[in-house]
Write a protein that binds this ligand. Sequence first.
Ligand code: PRX
Length: 657
Amino acid sequence: MTNAKEKDSSSCLPPNIYLRSLKHYTKMYRRSLEEPEAFWAEQAQKLDWFKIWDRVLEWQPPYAKWFVGGKLNVSTQCADRHAKTWRKSKVAIYWEGENGETSVLSYSTLSRDVNRFASVLKKLGIGKGDKVAFYLPMIPELPVFMLACGRIGAVHTVIFSGFSPQAIADRVNDIQAKLIVTADGGYRRGKIVKLKEITNEAVKLCPCVKKVIVIKRTGEVIPWIDGRDIWLSSLLDDAESFVEPEPMEATHPLYILYTSGTTGKPKGVIHSTGGYLVHSHSTYQWVFNIREESVFWCTADVGWVTGHSSIVYGPLSHGASIVIYEGAADYPTIDRWWDIVEKYGVTILYTSPTALRMFMRSGEEWLAKHNLSSLELLGSVGEPINPETWQWYYKNIGRKMCPIVDTWWQTETGGIMISPAPGIEQLPLKPGSATLPLPGIDAAVVDVNGKELPPCQTGYLVIKRPWPGMLLGIYGNPKRYQEAYWSRFPGVYYTGDFAMRDNDGYFWLLGRADEVLKVAGHRLGTAEIEGAVISHDAVAEVAATSQPDAIKGQAIVLFVTLKKENSPSEALRKDIIRHMRQTIGPVATPNEIYFVQSLPKTRSGKIMRRVLKAVASGQSTGDITTLDNETSIAEAKYAYQSLKKTKSGLGRELDQH
Ligand code: PRX
């Protein structure tokens, strides 16, 4: 861990970013904590409501209900209300397919399509409270369908298009979705991802699914089940052009999004309609300082929360123009993104440190081919951005002229929580720090006993009071909700992250404090990974941990013991990787698998992952006095060193499609 003093250095920053005062921010922040309800009510008034709320907040720990009694509809906020103004002819979405196809949707087209898609859903019997799952590539139909669900009060779950049939089925069964929307395929690095085939496999495991809507993207021949599968195009033939928007209670769920935690099963994070939209709308303005002429590109997949809030609900609620790109960052060449920035005149780019590290590796000559002068603001999300990457981004992409907003948040927080906020005031930046909490966000760093720490000490990041984008709960599992977030430090929200606050009050996010890995920004629980590995026939025991990776931040490594009749081999290693890709998806591809005879355990039988993580990172194992079987460590070290010598690792793909 870098020490606090080193991190405090900000001399590398240009005066225009460093020397602005914090006056406005400080005033706004103070007021937001002193009069939180009045503060958030003012933000909420920026949206259109069918009915104004009776109470801003009902806080019955650990459940927060925002804007109780208020009614609104996300599709009117994100589409209709813009289509009624001059923005009807403004670009809502610039879409670019990986194969070079393009399309442009104006706000009037977006509004019309949302209505027609809502009509399609209604005609299939989908109504308020029903669950709809999306397993789609990054095509404009995805945001349109999300808004169409919102229009009629259906609750959507977007499933990342890199997930396997089993992972899809787990999510669909958990929410008992009646309908899945998929495509015949999608393009990824020049190949077709067979989304319909994968969906068919998944639906075999999901008796709740009655219909599958299929969107034509590739035109490939696909397996078809009559009576269940329907082309979207045929449904649109009979669609109405207007569907009355359902006045939705602010506290009604808008969507459920699955994310990994410390147990084997991903958890369904539920977000509300009103509080979530107020949070996404406000923070999007504060952080990205959006202007009418901005062209905003968030490179995340809609399958993650970043895509929900920063592709769909945040920008579209503002009537912003966004870019959506379907494919891989480096296809057909490593400058594809820079080509897109130039082509669409992107002004705000929001991406991940993993992507930036990949570009850093490829050198600057690719950038020199493109005019990036449209860029005004850069953003980072999903994992800590190391100062070196920050500097590279600032210098090479931002031409030393664009502030970088390093935004900290989570699936559970719904919107951005800690970040510079050029829309309020240009904060002094420090490379590698997400700076200060946004207004209304009461963040703190505490010790193991929940006591707030003095500056420059590392502890656990907590949020001390509810905020509008706060999750409503975990779908079907109130106990897990209570345990995961509210039990470690009673009364405050536990983020699961390590953090440090420096002498200026700036937050430095230092990675996960729990058994959750961040691999290329994707969140994966070690228990979930282990569950997938253990279901392989040859595996007796497994411990999943991580090692630092120059591009992905963290990479998965496995220590595996085999059942009696099996012995380690390259073929088995490959087969375990294949099995993991099939069970979870390519995101779970491990960098290394170490075969050992035994795993280091405490006397009570608990696997010591901390020790294995140290071994896999080539670091000292520290205190091992509670260890039961010391030879297991020597063995793990031996396995690590031998493999390091003999191979450069399997499955080292950045982009794991
Ligand atoms: O560990 C933190 C890391 O990502 C986690 C949340 O992951 P997820 O729910 O997938 O949402 C990611 C996108 C919002 C956090 O607990 N994280 C996110 N942003 C940052 C970060 N770590 C450091 N710096 C960030 N800016």
